[in-house]
Design a protein around this ligand. Structure first.
Ligand SMILES: [Zn+2]
Length: 459
């Protein structure tokens, strides 16, 4: 049965690629549903061993890389009567659309005609490395259609109609998601325990982030601490393509258990809360850059490194390589995204009535004045624009217009907002089932813990 479940999606994948996806998407969906059934009808023990671990991500990547091979396939498709030549190119770092047209042997005139055909076509100018373009040309080399594979779920198609104009169609597929559960006891580090339990690095970081205002993962972790985490795994045609967010998680640190559950509020914002609806996070995260070193602290009496005069250092400097992402430390609004000789590229954020944060010397600004931002959203990148001796982020924190020390102020601030009373019933309805499911999973996991391993995995 296992072999069968592994081959079915591969065969289907081949079929779907020939003329993606309207006709075959349904069949593929049905197949993965059948696959899911075979997975879930088995006993929990068997299922636990197989579902997330046997998936091979690499087997899908080679499918659509070659040039000129799809002609016969396409000829079989009902919508194409003449023989077309297909040429698929992967976008590389630094590629422009003209480069790709040239490599595909399609004229620049046709590229301009396509670009002029609508706003979706204009988006073709913004390609990202790893995306794929399939050019289909006729015997004379004229472009009949262009397909853009943004990712495995989205395919954009520009096809020449009878009138010669390009028509746009978006073909979307939906991943199937399944709940996964992991439990582990920590022997040496959170990262080792998490990896041994089959968690990706991102999920481990995500979990640490959920508890970051309650547990200091650098200092507080003890041997014997444990965690249970429930999240979604996403599959396309039976193959794992990624993880969804953590749904519910508990962490026992030094005998004390913290639990958190994901809740999507009435505004559509997802956050983590305690089971009784209190926010898991501080209103502000402590630092706007990861893995950075404080190169100069907040100091109202500092000797300025460039001007050699006493000038207060109104913020904290974080040394980090140029390009390092800079996060908004809290939800807020961009009150200024601009450039000045001293600040270089800078961004000022307003958070509620009382707080302002400032980010200076950026190499790149990624938000515009007036825009709303979320906590941890990337707003720019570290740089050395303006008066800066090297790449670093200068970060300021103002309370009611007065500078405060960013490194210490955060501990004194309240947590982010709890679920409002008016939304409590909705919160309970959405989160109780998740917490009950986590608890259900936990019971057999705890029973098994005495067996042989400290890192049990149950699905
Ligand atoms: Zn500074």
């Amino acid at each position: 049965m296992y072999d069968q479940s592994k081959q079915t999606p591969k065969r289907l994948l081949g079929a779907v690629r020939q003329h993606f996806p309207r006709t075959h998407a349904l069949a593929a969906g049905a197949a993965s549903f059948a696959l899911a059934l075979t997975m879930f009808m088995s006993t929990p023990e068997v299922e636990a061993k197989r579902l997330p671990l046997e998936v091979n991500l690499s087997s899908t990547t080679a499918v659509e890389a070659t040039a000129g091979t799809a002609a016969t396939h396409h000829a079989a498709a009902p919508e194409a009567e003449e023989t077309l030549r297909a040429h698929t190119l992967k976008v590389k770092q630094g590629d422009t659309l003209s480069d790709l047209f040239e490599r595909a042997g399609v004229s620049a005139a046709e590229m301009y005609q396509l670009l002029a055909s609508g706003k979706e076509a204009r988006q073709l100018a913004k390609l990202a490395p790893g995306e794929e373009l399939t050019f289909r040309t006729d015997d004379q080399g004229a472009l009949k259609s262009l397909e853009l594979h943004r990712d495995r779920l989205n395919l954009e198609e520009f096809s020449r109609g009878d009138s010669g104009d390009f028509k746009y169609a978006l073909h979307q597929r939906k991943a199937d998601s399944y709940t996964a559960y992991r439990h582990a006891k920590i022997d040496s580090s959170l990262f080792v325990a998490g990896s041994d339990a089959g968690l990706s690095g991102n999920l481990i970081m995500e979990m640490a982030d959920v508890f970051s205002s309650d547990i200091d993962f650098a200092l507080d972790i003890r041997k014997g601490d444990s965690f249970s985490v429930m999240y979604e795994e996403e599959f396309l045609e039976g193959e794992k393509i990624g993880n969804g967010p953590i749904q519910a998680v508990s962490f026992t640190n030094h005998g004390k258990t913290f639990s958190a559950v994901r809740y999507v509020d009435v505004h559509g914002d997802a956050n983590y809360y305690t089971p009784d609806g209190k926010s898991m996070r501080k209103a502000f995260i402590r630092t706007p850059v990861d893995f950075a070193r404080i190169s100069s602290g907040y100091n109202p009496h500092r000797l300025h490194p460039i001007f050699k005069t006493r000038r207060p250092h109104n913020g904290t400097d974080y040394a980090a390589p140029t390009g390092t992402p800079v996060y908004a430390t809290a939800d807020g609004r961009v009150i200024k995204s601009g450039y000045s000789k001293a600040n270089g590229n800078y961004i000022f954020l307003q958070h509620g009535e009382h707080y302002v944060t400032r980010y200076l010397h950026l190499s790149k600004r990624r938000v515009k004045t007036g825009q709303r931002v979320k906590q941890r959203q990337v707003i720019g990148n570290v740089g050395s624009t303006g008066y800066a001796t090297g790449p670093h982020l200068h970060y300021e924190f103002l309370v009611n217009g007065h500078h405060r020390n960013p490194a210490t102020i955060v501990r004194k601030l309240p947590k982010a907002k709890s679920v409002p009373a008016s939304e409590m019933a909705r919160f309970q309805a959405q989160t109780q089932p998740l917490l009950a499911q986590l608890e259900n999973y936990e019971r057999p996991a705890l029973a098994q813990r005495d067996d042989n391993s400290d890192n049990n995995t149950v699905n």
